[in-house]
Design a protein around this ligand. Structure first.
Ligand code: TRP
Length: 448
């Protein structure tokens, strides 16, 4: 049994060195582990929550796709797709929205933080908050539950969203009485590098302290590395390797042996300029071949498109039938299915007891009451005209469970207005007669 690992990448911005070491590289490595069935996708519907600039959204999802592919993601091995190419995801999102308590969403950290900010500013608590932001966790639950992921590697800030996805899955399973959804588990990768940015704080676009990954060329990488903040120790003075961001960055790319050699040089008094040059060279050794692939891909967006279309097709092979099952579960069924069900019931009832009229050999009209198994329960007397026979038959049908049966030895008759209008077959013994009587009563009650 393989483990399905799924994660989404919100397509805002251009991946930087920190994204690479902290998320992309470990995810690509994890996708090659045996027993892993990885689903990686671009959360471009999520991007719309944060960004209403179409050009930026379009550019970012292209850059991110190219980054993952250039970084070595094998789209044959992994299911790699765009969220917006899977129409089943927003469809599931709505269905889940209908089983999600609003109160659960009220507790979402991201939403609460926005409300708190508004309150602090003295504006309306919901100022600038869209329904997209508010129900963000439901869309994320749909991403995960659509493919019944077992494990979801995410940053620590996403833990609550995973708990919510589990809650929503459980609620749906309970409401519709089935194990439709697997309960996903969050995976927080503790060992993954958090890279410092140029100023030493966590590398992040919001701090404006990032080092580009593939953007520009080797020169832009070098230029950024040269801007990393260091202390004022001069060449020749021993450096505090552990305390320096340069060393942290170096270690995130180098082997143990390379790192300890670098450390010794720093402690031995290597100048910061030389150290930066060494860091740049070490980074570019890894990045240069990938940058080349990245640029080739970016020059041919149609190749990326083909790969993503193939990925979407792979994903929809699972999503489409699963969605059909879910629609069935919640009652959004085709009417043809209802017609088939009706037919089945109709067939069943044709097997129930029934009246049948017929014309006898002598030209008179009679009817029979037949049991479910076709056994004759009553045979009417003969009538001169069919209308009369029909009228009596209708009265019998309407009579329900009133006792009109008269037992006469091993036989019985049905009596209306004091006249015998039908008789039962001769039974072999009392037990058989009583069984037939019971069937007639049941049949009449069912008609009435
Ligand atoms: N919300 C996630 C983030 O900001 C991105 C994301 C969207 C995601 N859908 C997902 C992550 C499903 C894991 C699974 O990082």
């Amino acid at each position: 049994m393989s483990t399905r690992v799924l994660t989404g990448i919100t397509t805002t911005g251009t991946p930087h060195l920190g994204n690479w070491a902290g998320a992309i590289r470990p995810a690509i490595n994890a996708s090659t582990l045996p027993g892993t069935d990885a689903f990686y996708f671009m959360a471009d519907y999520h991007a719309l929550i944060k960004c209403d600039d179409p050009a930026r959204v379009a550019r970012s999802r292209l850059e991110i796709a190219a980054t993952w592919l250039a970084g070595g993601l094998d789209p044959e091995r992994v299911t790699f797709y765009r969220q917006s190419d899977i129409p089943e995801i927003p469809e599931l999102c709505w269905i889940l929205t209908c089983v999600t308590a609003k109160g659960l969403m009220n507790r979402a950290h991201a939403y609460k933080a926005s409300v708190d900010q508004n309150t602090a500013k003295g504006v309306d608590p919901d100022d600038g908050i869209t329904m997209g932001l508010f129900s963000y966790p439901v869309l994320m639950a749909a991403d995960i539950l659509m493919f019944n992921a077992n494990k979801v590697p995410v940053g620590r800030d996403q833990t609550q969203h995973l708990e919510m996805a589990r809650d929503i899955a459980q609620r749906f399973n309970h409401l519709y009485g089935g194990e439709y959804f697997v309960l996903p588990e969050v995976v927080i990768e503790e060992s993954v590098a958090t890279l410092p940015g140029l100023d030493g704080r966590k590398m992040s676009k919001s701090y404006n302290n990032t080092i580009p990954l593939f953007e520009g060329d080797a020169k832009s990488l070098r230029a950024a590395v040269m801007r990393i903040v260091t202390d004022s120790r001069q060449p020749g003075e021993p450096k505090d390797a552990e305390g320096s961001h340069l060393y942290t960055l170096y270690r995130a790319f180098a082997t143990e042996a390379e790192s300890s050699a670098f450390r010794k040089e720093l402690e031995g008094g290597m100048g910061w300029g030389d150290a930066k040059q060494a860091l740049y060279e070490r980074l570019d050794r890894d990045i240069a071949p990938m940058r080349e692939r990245y640029q080739a891909l970016m020059a041919h967006p149609e190749r990326i498109e083909d790969i993503l279309q193939a990925g979407a097709e792979k994903a929809r092979k699972l999503a489409t039938p699963f969605m059909a099952q879910l629609r069935e579960a919640i009652g959004l069924r085709r009417h043809t299915a209802i017609a088939v069900a009706n037919k089945a019931t109709a067939k069943k009832s044709s097997k129930a007891a029934r009246f049948v009229s017929f014309r006898d050999d002598d030209g008179t009209f009679r009817f029979r009451l037949l049991g479910a198994d076709g056994q004759e329960l009553l045979l009417s007397r003969s009538f001169e005209n069919p209308k009369e026979a029909g009228a009596v038959m209708q009265r019998l049908q309407a009579i329900g469970d009133q006792d009109i049966l008269h037992v006469d030895g091993l036989a019985y008759t049905a009596v209306l207005d004091g006249a015998a209008i039908a008789q039962g077959p001769a039974a072999a013994d009392e037990t058989q007669r009583d069984a037939l009587l019971a069937q007639v009563r049941q049949a009449l009650a069912a008609q009435g």
